[in-house]
Design a protein around this ligand. Sequence first.
Ligand SMILES: Nc1ncnc2c1ncn2[C@@H]1O[C@H](COP(=O)(O)OP(=O)(O)OP(=O)(O)O)[C@@H](O)[C@H]1O
Length: 250
Amino acid sequence: MLEVSGITQIFGGVTALKDVSFSIAKESITGVIGPNGAGKTTLFNIISGIYTQTSGTVVLEGRNISGLPPERLAPLGMVRTFQNIELFSSMTVLENVMVGMHTKSSSGLLACSLKMPWTFKEEARIRDNAMRWLEFAEISDLAGTVAGNLPFGKGRMLEIARALAADPKIILMDEPAAGLNSQETLGLADVIKKIRDMGITVVLVEHDMELVMDICDRIVVLNLGSKLAEGTPREIQENGDVVAAYLGDE
Ligand SMILES: Nc1ncnc2c1ncn2[C@@H]1O[C@H](COP(=O)(O)OP(=O)(O)OP(=O)(O)O)[C@@H](O)[C@H]1O
């Protein structure tokens, strides 16, 4: 599904990533973990088109996507969420998801906002679809709430619903559990597993080890810019190098 090959990233004199390679299988959940400064965010920014790597390639379903910006990746089926949630705070929860879907609507955003007659049917279809994603993310009861008034945890679920509304094949999540309480984290785990079970590939950078070990099929461990280990949660937990890298971070 996704092949990361020989990624190196140098910022000025700092080597943030050094020859990192791994592959991600379709319809799996992969966690990217590692101590602070390991290079996780840099790797995510490269895969999602925010940075262009110094060298190496990223291939999505056989297509070299290296250097493509995020807006070119979404139509190819790759979306991402951010650690700092970015919502339209004065719009309702439902409208936030609908806006994400207008990129795919045949009527276009301008015609819809002018309420042209031919757009009503399209609008109703988009609204129904958006509502389904809110139900999926378990926040449909908040559809009419202004997004800026949402509690943090619900905002995170809205960001996920909005990303899914773009109909991705693969979703990258940057620290989805950051700022969530333990109850919310359990809800998030269920939603991420449901995303995988509906055939969407999930890649997440995450510090919450309990969550990572619970939901991931595979884990890639970075340390000091290099890949330290790769395997199932059990293999990673039993890997002495990984334990040592984390202890060194304490
Ligand atoms: N834009 C940048 N310019 C210069 N150096 C950078 C830049 N972004 C990251 N770095 C450096 O690259 C290294 C990897 O940083 P990165 O943020 O990718 O790590 P991380 O694993 O995401 O860390 P954390 O868990 O703390 O978020 C660090 O040494 C960091 O200081």
